[in-house]
Ligand binder design. Structure first.
Ligand code: HEM
Length: 509
């Protein structure tokens, strides 16, 4: 008993001495007062980016928040975002991996969760030169157009079904199917769903793995922020190992199918074939190939459908904007043909609608966590090596110091001031900026704009009967990506001749 007390006192003493040492040695950013061991963990509200934005009003645009004994620095204005993502880009380009991301990425052998270093540089180069090129973006266009027209077809069938007539639809179901099929075809070259919407066996396993991954991502592991408690919870490790094995089994089966098919047919445009072709040239381990394939799924599926769902909620809430976008579509496309991606350049207002939705509702409001690989100074404060840095791009895009009427959904603002959203203007950073900027930004923008264009050209959208536009709930769910807390329901009314609602299917690309 005496020994135990002595050990506990010693641990507390070392902890307090270390904190004091850090306080004296570094000028840390201000922030809410941390408690011993748990830091600020128990005062952080579930929707973190809103909580951090409120705290930033009190403590300022650079703030210390303690997750257990780990220092997290939160940045909330565009000048400091530039210091993090431009001036100190390389020193702040490591990634913080929690237990689940560390397990899924096999300790950072992929791209998203890799620390900055030779492995990262090699894999990022491969992505930039081989996977995310304008040529491949164009080659994959038929897949996007196929999926978007399949969405229109299925909404049309449902809203003109006499049983459903005038009833509201759950918009997310249709958008989610596009994002799902687009990403599985882009990554694995597979549409797991047949034209009737029925999923094959492999697709069900894939969906089960994705759902399990989301569930694990939302778990609060006891040993997460207080690592020395981990040994008491071995079942936590087991959950991760099981999930990992299941994911690997499915991915290897798909990779083998592709390896066989490549011997008979030429290489195709999807990522799995590209990676298998380049595996030797770039000296990639199987862990890296599997990790990269899943990175694209994790990063590219929910983010895209979330953006469109928020945009639709805003368009239903703001009938003026909806009508203006439809007038543009009617003027440019007319009612004898459907929109194509090649029409985008003639649809500036539609592009502004997509941008305004990404401003007000960035799907990853705190981006992904960066980590300092050396001691850095930002805004006159120290960020010690090993600290985690979050850029609150949600708060920055609503900062009244840089945005007029920041809470208003007004796409015209971008006709007046053409703010870039791909990392050149630090007021608007839905995809981040600097060396870790999202490589999928253009794929995402094309798919989002295409979905919105078709949804608006083919249908007019209204809230469910009895609900006023201003009553639509715009609150968020907690999580790394922000789904709507109450998914948007809406009544769709066709506005084009019926022969324009057919899916334009394409086979293998
Ligand atoms: C609206 C849709 C999307 C948004 C808002 C988004 C946003 C982001 C953000 C904020 C980051 C982190 C940047 C940083 O750490 O500084 C990121 C990273 C990444 N995104 Fe996206 N993304 C989207 C769609 C996609 C798509 C469609 C793909 C792939 C098909 C993709 C692949 C990736 C990858 C691989 C990374 C990791 C990059 C790295 O760590 O170097 N994303 N994304």
């Amino acid at each position: 008993m005496g020994m135990l007390l002595l050990s506990i006192s010693l641990i507390i003493f070392i902890f307090l001495a270390y904190k004091l040492y850090q306080r004296l040695r570094f000028k840390l950013p201000p922030g809410p007062r941390p408690l011993p061991f748990v830091g600020n963990l128990y005062s952080i509200k579930p929707v973190k980016f809103r909580c951090f934005a409120e705290w930033a009003q009190v403590y300022g645009p650079i703030m210390s928040v303690w997750f257990g004994s780990t220092l997290n620095v939160v940045i909330s204005n565009s000048e400091l975002a530039k210091e993090v993502l431009k001036e100190n880009d390389q020193q702040l380009a490591d990634r913080h991996r929690n237990r689940s991301s560390n397990s899924f990425s096999r300790g950072g052998k992929d791209l998203i969760w890799a620390d900055y270093g030779p492995h990262y540089v090699k894999v990022r180069k491969l992505c930039n030169l081989e996977l995310f090129t304008p040529k491949r973006l164009e080659a994959l266009r038929p897949i996007r157009e196929d999926e978007v027209t399949a969405m229109v077809d299925s909404i049309y069938k449902d809203c003109s079904n006499p049983d459903h007539y005038g009833k509201s639809l759950l918009v997310k179901n249709y958008i989610g199917a596009v994002a799902f099929n687009n990403i599985t075809r882009l990554v694995f070259g597979k549409r797991f769903m047949n034209s009737g919407g029925v999923m094959d066996e492999q697709g069900q396993e894939f969906r089960g793995i994705v759902a399990n991954g989301v569930k694990i991502g939302g778990l609060r592991f006891v040993g997460e922020d207080i690592p020395w408690l981990r040994w008491m919870f071995p079942q936590e490790e087991e959950i991760l190992v099981k999930h990992e094995a299941r994911r690997e089994r499915l991915t290897r089966a798909i990779m083998e199918e592709h390896a066989l098919a490549r011997k008979t047919a030429g290489a195709k445009q999807h990522f799995v074939d590209a990676l298998l072709t380049l595996q030797q040239e770039y000296d990639l381990s199987d862990d890296t190939v599997i990790g990269l394939l899943w990175d694209m799924i994790t990063a590219g599926m929910d983010t895209t459908s979330i953006s469109v769902e928020w945009a639709m909620a805003e368009l239903i809430k703001n009938p003026r904007v909806q009508q203006k976008a439809q007038e543009e579509l009617d003027r440019v496309i007319g009612c004898e043909r459907i929109m194509a991606e090649t029409d985008f350049s003639n649809l500036p207002y539609l592009q502004c609608v997509a941008k305004e939705a990404l401003r007000l509702h960035p799907p990853t409001p705190l981006m992904l966590p960066h980590k300092a690989n050396s001691n850095v100074k930002v805004g006159g404060y120290d960020i010690p090596k090993g600290s985690i840095v979050h850029v609150n791009v949600w708060a920055i895009a609503r900062d009244p110091a840089t945005w007029k009427d920041p809470h208003e959904f007004r796409p015209e603002r971008f006709l007046e001031d053409d703010v870039d959203m791909k990392g050149h203007d630090y007021r608007l950073l839905p995809f981040g900026a600097g060396r870790r900027i999202c490589p999928g930004a253009q794929i995402a923008i094309n798919l989002i704009t295409s979905m919105l264009g078709h949804l608006l050209h083919h249908f007019s959208w209204a809230p469910p009967e009895g609900v006023k536009p201003e009553e639509i709930d715009m609150s968020e769910n907690p999580g790394l990506v922000t789904f709507m807390k109450n998914p948007v329901q809406a009544v769709a009314k066709p506005r084009l001749p019926s022969h324009l609602y057919k899916r334009v299917a394409v086979g293998a690309v």
